[in-house]
Design a protein around this ligand. Structure first.
Ligand code: NAG
Ligand code: NAG
Ligand code: NAG
Ligand code: NAG
Ligand code: NAG
Ligand code: ZN
Length: 504
């Protein structure tokens, strides 16, 4: 049933007018017959689990295009699997005729790979050391040796770094400023490597963010390992270390795809997004194939209706590398274009196998005015459907982040990643307490078998509801206000993430 690999390769090569027989239904009639104004219940009724799953199987075939280079299916940016995903999205929207205006927004993206690493503290190989995302290698991709040098405060200012870090390894406390800033200061002072240690015992799965020529090879350190070292420092004893990272940071071109209804008031857009890319480790069918497909299906079914307000769908690239595509998009908006977006809704991981119905706890107190109304729309829908839900932190882990920072109200739903389902949640949603919501999160097994169809249908209907509601009317929804400086600063104090990795 699945289309042949040959047909997919043709799609990637950019052949035009590609027909995907597996999906074709009766051609959508985009002629001038009058359409009814979109209605939530009618749009929800058109969501079918069979169509979602058929698309998931198709997307898995696309991910297999990544096998040539990665030896397993993947849709990571820069891979043939991601190029195939972009073609698939683009062609799917193109088939809908002139209902949508489609645009590609290409942008440069950085992608980092760590091949090997080791950190030896004194004479012990560290167990908790984890190289930061987008870290450079140690010099010559060889081990470097030096004393650990204690950095004052949190290493957010160059003056926190004593001159003695030159040729040695900076030992820096986590907090206050991004990891990238700490690494940069360490590099500028001549350190050969840097270690950011945690004040909490949870692991520091961090990223340096945008590469800088001053970054040095940087590890996060956590658990029980930092405190004996701090104790040695307090006794004025020195600790030496060997640091080794073999890594590469490369720059590639990738693209966001944006589809906007040609009808509807363009000064009042409801915007929603999912990310088109996966991590390198696997095909990413739940993360975020599920959201990608939910949006494609809602976009497809929406063509049967008229809209009052513009609806703008986005498929972001480079989410897994640190929200690159959505940040790029938001940064590229003129102030006038920014104001046309009334709200942004993020749909990342809609079908986790051990799911919870999670709503981002986006409040107006901490986020642009209107965010809480979006949150409350989801609450009302789950309640009306007789379903349980939980709140999760709105902490910058997905593509809503750039929008919030730019003063655009935001919200979204999810079904859970590497978090652990509690007993209460197992009573609320079924599934296994004590297990991850998605046991295949960021792994090879995030394939078609990693989707819970029930959760996926429920959430795709909710996405349809969110689109239908705002495509009809923004009545009662707060007007956009000019960005208030305080909003952003309150928000930034609370955010620890920029994408799936900590950045502070
Ligand atoms: C946009 O991207 C799609 C998918 O990669 C590609 O098929 C299409 O040709 C691109 N269109 C333009 C105008 O660049
Ligand atoms: C710590 O050791 C350094 C030399 O290694 C010495 O100059 C300094 O006085 C010592 N400080 C204390 C408080 O013992
Ligand atoms: C939601 O966020 C608000 C602050 O913005 C906080 O007071 C409230 O406790 C949060 N609720 C949950 C369930 O996390
Ligand atoms: C909601 O959660 C309660 C437990 O808190 C459970 O008894 C009930 O069955 C759940 N409802 C649904 C629809 O799963
Ligand atoms: C989806 O999850 C529900 C609740 O845990 C479970 O009953 C059902 O069997 C799951 N379905 C699939 C296809 O995994
Ligand atoms: Zn994701």
């Amino acid at each position: 049933m699945a289309p042949s690999l040959l047909a997919l390769c043709a799609a990637v090569a950019g052949a035009s007018a590609i027909q995907i027989p597996f999906f074709s239904q009766a051609p959508l009639d985009v002629a001038n017959e009058p359409k009814l104004l979109v209605d939530s219940a009618a749009l929800q009724d058109l969501i079918s689990g069979d169509r979602l799953l058929a698309r998931a199987k198709k997307l898995y075939e696309v991910a297999k295009l990544g096998e040539h280079e990665y030896n397993h299916p993947t849709r990571v940016i820069g891979s043939a699997g991601h190029a195939g995903t972009l073609s698939y999205i683009y062609e799917s929207i193109l088939e809908l005729g002139d209902y949508y205006d489609i645009s590609n927004q290409s942008f440069p993206a950085v992608s980092g790979q760590v091949f090997e690493y080791k950190l030896v503290l004194g004479d012990t190989v560290s167990k908790s050391a984890a190289p930061m995302g987008l870290t450079p290698a140690t010099k010559g991709k060889e081990p470097v040796y030096g004393d650990l040098v204690f950095v004052q405060n949190e290493g957010c200012s160059a003056s926190d770094f004593p001159d003695s870090v030159a040729g040695n390894i900076a030992f820096i406390k986590r907090g206050t400023c991004p990891f990238g800033t700490k690494s940069e200061h360490a590099g500028q002072k001549g350190a050969v490597a840097a270690i950011v240690y945690n004040y909490e015992t949870d692991p520091v799965q961090g990223t340096l963010g945008t590469p800088s020529p001053n970054h040095v090879a940087t590890f996060g350190l956590s658990g029980e390992e930092p405190s004996p070292i701090l104790e040695q420092f307090s006794k004025n004893h020195s600790v030496d270390a060997i640091a080794y990272i073999d890594a590469e940071v490369s720059e590639i071109q990738t693209a966001n795809i944006i589809a906007q209804t040609s009808a509807g008031d363009p000064a009042n857009c409801v915007m929603l997004g999912a990310h088109s890319d996966s991590v390198a480790e696997g095909p990413g069918i739940n993360d975020d194939g599920s959201g990608t497909i939910s949006l494609l299906e809602v976009a497809t079914q929406l063509t049967k209706f008229a809209v009052n307000n513009c609806v703008r769908f986005a498929w972001w690239a480079g989410e897994e590398e640190g929200l690159l595509g959505s940040d790029y998009y938001v940064d590229s908006l003129s102030p006038a274009e920014n104001r046309r977006i009334r709200l942004f809704m993020d749909y990342d991981m809609m079908a986790s196998p051990n799911f919870a119905y999670q709503i981002y706890n986006a409040t107006n107190a901490a986020n642009p005015l209107g965010s809480e109304q979006v949150r409350d729309l989801y609450i009302a829908w789950y309640e009306a459907a007789g379903l349980n839900y939980t709140f999760i932190p709105f902490d910058g882990r997905s593509d809503y982040d750039g929008f919030i920072r730019a003063g655009i109200p935001g919200g979204g739903i999810a079904t859970g990643a590497e978090g652990i389902k509690s007993k209460d949640e197992a009573a609320m949603f079924g599934g296994e307490a004590g297990e991850w919501y998605d046991p295949c999160y960021h792994q090879l097994c995030d394939d078609v078998g990693n989707l819970n169809e029930t959760a996926w249908i429920v959430n795709t209907k909710l996405i349809a509801h969110s689109v239908a509601t705002y495509a009809r009317s923004f009545k009662g929804f707060p007007e956009r206000i000019t960005r208030v400086a305080a909003t952003a600063s309150v928000y930034e104090e609370e955010t620890k993430y920029h994408g799936n990795k900590l950045f502070i």
